[in-house]
Design a protein around this ligand. Structure first.
Ligand code: PAF
Length: 288
């Protein structure tokens, strides 16, 4: 349920003004929850605002389409930027402040620093999207500097991203508590993503193969299957039968890691990445 909007939404674009605003709230003894986003908000993002509102006195969101996490052939220029609608959704949801920085201030002339979080960023999404996690870690660290909140909220749909951010926060002793919230799905099972708007009706139907394959994996594991190869083959067969979905990977990993689990003998996360037409989608499920 959306939080009752009792306060107005303040939009801040400058880094110094943003930092000052958060510190002023904290000096008054208020806790601050932070929801970093790239905009094109959907109910998944708004569930993060709700989680922050439930745990913190104030909620700050950010909207910044971060250029450094997109590869040269990815969708940076066409990524949706419905700013006015996003601000309205945040306002309705009871968000207090929104940081909408300028690219020129986030990446000043001569910018050269980049964060490498090590092995957790290497396989799966890291292999499919070279440089992506360096871009994510760098911008998240910068956003944490601009919005020095008490807690930050990320969605579990970006499973590996949550591991990258947690690794960075631990390794760099960042004074922020990283919270991970459940995936939000449409009624038919499609995981919400800002990129779903790219899908034609036919592609959207085919895209359901991702969540269906994850449900199948859950079912066969709950019936006793322990061989990850068998689970992966069954998932791939389901996706192939739907057609029009080009799988990039099916990762069956020990939960909380990126390490493959050949035997399903403890909690695992199964993550899938695929292209439907030109749209790249990811989804995952935690089992056990
Ligand atoms: O998950 C996202 O939307 C982005 O990767 C993030 C965390 C806002 C960094 O740009």
């Amino acid at each position: 349920m959306p939080a009752a909007p009792t306060r107005s939404l303040q939009v801040i674009t400058g880094v110094a003004a943003m930092r000052t605003a958060v510190r002023a709230l904290q000096q008054r003894g208020e806790t601050v929850g932070f929801v970093p986003t790239m905009g094109a908000l959907h109910v998944g993002h708004l569930s993060l605002v709700d989680a922050a509102a439930a745990e913190c006195d104030r909620v700050v969101a950010s909207i910044f389409v971060n250029p450094t996490q997109f590869g040269p052939s990815e969708d940076f220029t066409k990524y949706p930027r419905p700013l006015e609608r996003d601000l309205e959704l945040l306002r309705e949801r009871g968000c207090d402040l929104v940081f909408v920085p300028e690219a020129a201030e986030m990446y000043p002339q001569g910018y050269g620093t980049s964060i490498d979080v090590g092995p957790v960023a290497v396989p799966w999404e890291g292999a499919a999207r070279p440089g992506h996690f360096a871009g994510v870690a760098t911008v998240v660290l910068k956003l944490f500097e601009c919005v020095p909140a008490d807690r930050a909220y990320f969605g579990r749909k970006d499973y590996q991203q949550t591991l990258v951010v947690r690794r960075m926060a631990a390794d760099l002793n960042l004074p922020i508590d990283v919270r991970v919230c459940p995936i939000v799905r449409d009624a038919d099972g499609l995981a919400l993503s800002s990129r779903n708007v790219y899908l034609s009706p036919d592609e959207r139907r085919r895209a359901l193969a991702l969540s269906q394959s994850l449900r199948l994996a859950e079912e066969i594991i709950s019936r006793g299957e322990r061989d990850a190869l068998v689970v992966r083959e069954r998932m791939l067969a389901l996706i192939a039968a739907v057609g029009g979905v080009a799988v990039e990977y099916v990762a069956i990993v020990r939960d909380g890691t990126v390490d493959e689990a050949p035997e399903i003998d403890g909690p695992v996360t199964i993550a899938v990445a695929a292209r439907v037409g030109t749209t790249r989608l990811i989804d995952n499920v935690q089992i056990g």
